[in-house]
Ligand binder design. Sequence first.
Ligand SMILES: C[S@@+](CC[C@H](N)C(=O)[O-])C[C@H]1O[C@@H](n2cnc3c(N)ncnc32)[C@H](O)[C@@H]1O
Length: 192
Amino acid sequence: MNFSTITDADFDSFYPVKLQRLSATHWTPVAVAKKALSFLNEDGKNTILDLGSGAGKFCLLAASWSNAEITGIEQRAQLVQQARKIASQLQLQNLQFLQGDLIHLDFKDFDSFYFFNSFEELINPKDKMDKEEELDIEAHQNRIEEIRKKFEQLKKGTRIATYCGECHEIPESYLLIKSENKGKLKFWEKRG
Ligand SMILES: C[S@@+](CC[C@H](N)C(=O)[O-])C[C@H]1O[C@@H](n2cnc3c(N)ncnc32)[C@H](O)[C@@H]1O
């Protein structure tokens, strides 16, 4: 498959039908991944962390298109398994998937970050991946607050691309560099 011209339908065909059905709501569109990667990896070989990597769509695309070192962290074991399976099929060397809570990861190991509104499922019934899970507004606020603190501690020049959401996780020390896709995709850089 030629990744430079890949469509969403082409990419999603790597997934079983159940995960293909989640794509429109939960996985990054190819065109968005392309723009986010070119911002996050603008100066060459960066280390990029996808915070809540799901079935790996952003990471797999980014690793196929670049020499950046890509890491995805995802809490759901089955999604991690699926992402690792495709990475191995594609023989991608510059990519790893971790399983766990992104809150416990040291953000200082990375140059730039991709965040596709990963905590939305805690407050929005339309974004729930598991029907039986309860909404939890307090947990949502706590997680936003925690990653905000982590972003605040990073070095000047750190870049973040956010897709969807209100962006309350971005501290004031980050400047909004540009905004695309009708404001859904935002590019931030730490100034102070
Ligand atoms: C909207 S999906 C985005 C998936 C992927 N980044 C992509 O663009 O294709 C958000 C993912 O974040 C994961 N997630 C939510 N909270 C998390 C946490 N605390 N730690 C790790 N993963 C988390 C969810 O399980 C879900 O798979």
